[in-house]
Design a protein around this ligand. Structure first.
Ligand SMILES: N[C@@H](CCC(=O)N[C@@H](CS)C(=O)NCC(=O)O)C(=O)O
Length: 205
């Protein structure tokens, strides 16, 4: 097993899906959290000058949260059993990413008028993606299990982590989506995820 170091800021953000994958697989990694005050000195040392970055065996540093989470999901067996299942997992992850990316961009915006525009965009994307997720979930055994197949996969974990802040900020965010709500509870009840969430840092994002 290689040694892994995950670099991100001291928040859940775009790195949390990777942390959930490590937790669900019980794989050890170094959770390297960089303070914003230290970022300027780190930035140019990181490929693509952004975080998260995954370092493998201190030999290679890889950027891009989705590429990292797909790699980890394949390594740890959370990506589906065949090409069709993986195709479905990708479709769901990419859809959740659209919504999550809009949220992160809005969250990080400091200028109020721009933030309001980004909020509108997030609301629009949510109205497009959430009904799709609800229907997709329902199409797999009535929505009482997981998005794809019969085990928790990266797309289920992402549905939990990507929606944490929106749900915290607005408890009604998922009120029209009972299947998504129940799925997120199932992820949270997974023993390894539950244990991780109980002990993780409590951060604003
Ligand atoms: N597409 C990239 C986006 C990464 C990204 O936007 N990272 C932000 C933090 S959430 C960052 O590193 N910001 C610092 C900067 O731009 O200087 C991914 O999903 O990993």
């Amino acid at each position: 097993m290689p040694s892994y170091t995950l670099y991100y800021f001291n928040g859940r953000g775009r790195a949390e899906i990777c942390r959930l994958l490590f937790a669900a697989a019980s794989i050890h990694y170094n959770d390297e959290r960089i303070e914003f005050s230290e970022w300027t000195q780190f930035k140019t040392k990181m490929p693509c000058h952004m975080l998260p970055v995954l370092e493998i065996d201190t030999e290679m540093k890889v950027p891009q949260s989705m590429a990292i989470s797909r790699y980890l999901a394949r390594e740890f067996g959370f990506y589906g059993k065949n090409n069709m299942e993986m195709f479905k997992v990708d479709t769901i992850c990419d859809s959740i990413f659209e919504l999550f990316n809009d949220y992160m961009v809005m969250f990080n915006e400091k200028d109020t008028p721009k933030k309001n525009d980004l909020q509108q965009r997030f609301v629009y994307t949510s109205g497009r993606v959430l009904p799709y997720l609800e229907k997709t979930l329902e199409a797999n055994k009535g929505g009482s299990g997981w998005f794809v197949g019969d085990q928790m996969l990266v797309c289920d974990m992402m549905c939990y982590s990507a929606l944490e802040n929106p749900v915290k900020e607005n408890p009604n965010f998922l009120k029209d989506y009972p299947k998504i709500t129940a799925l997120r509870t199932r992820v949270l009840s997974h023993p390894k995820i539950a244990a991780y969430i109980k002990k993780r840092n409590n951060t604003a994002f």
